[in-house]
Design a protein around this ligand. Sequence first.
Ligand SMILES: C[S@@+](CC[C@H](N)C(=O)[O-])C[C@H]1O[C@@H](n2cnc3c(N)ncnc32)[C@H](O)[C@@H]1O
Length: 232
Amino acid sequence: MANWNELFYDQENREKVPEAELYRFVSLLEKHFETTKLKLWDLGCGAGRHTVAMAKLGCDVYASDNADSAISLTENWLKSQKLNANVVLSEMNEFPWEEVRFNGVFSWDVLQHNTIDKIIKTVDLIWEHLLPSGMLLATIKSDKADLFGKGVEIEPKTFVLDSGKEKGVPHHYFNEDELRRLFDNNKWEIKAMTEQVIINVERPKEFWKYTPFRSTTWGVLMQKKVLRKSGE
Ligand SMILES: C[S@@+](CC[C@H](N)C(=O)[O-])C[C@H]1O[C@@H](n2cnc3c(N)ncnc32)[C@H](O)[C@@H]1O
């Protein structure tokens, strides 16, 4: 499977502005935990826009990605701003630090880039490393997205594109049932679940290369439930 190294060599593929949702997530966590020194994990940090934003907000930031170029771009950006974070090269389904528990995990457009078994494992890892009542904010591809069905289907609903900007990158597309199954309701409380459906009414040639608008996606805000021991 391809990684994002080649994509990040092209400046155009590096997102530079953090999503507004990050700031709302951080203030929600600050209120919930009554602290401004949050421990946060940017899972799949890309070129570092959210890692840098979290560090600027004074959080204790951990960031991971499986592309070397993402790690060096993030580290260089932090350095240029005289900021610090723990940035590590790692597969999403492996936990790269010891004994860390987070107030929040933020993962923007990342979880879909795998096969379903590894996505399930990643969500389990996130749960394990959240503090009780910690939260996950993630966006995940929906099967209503434009690219659904394009490329080679390597397992049900996971496609590897054979052309275009994301050639070689796997995408798993979720419908509502599968998304609900991903978040076991014994372990997670749904705080918000949205499907933002974007309809490209006009589709000029290769519009997806330059359009400033979002593509269709699920957004989830999940809170870790504290498991009751049997007999309690
Ligand atoms: C669409 S980019 C999003 C980057 C970043 N979250 C942002 O919003 O700018 C997807 C990111 O997921 C990372 N990624 C893809 N597959 C991964 C995997 N198996 N393990 C860890 N990171 C992965 C890519 O390297 C890339 O940085």
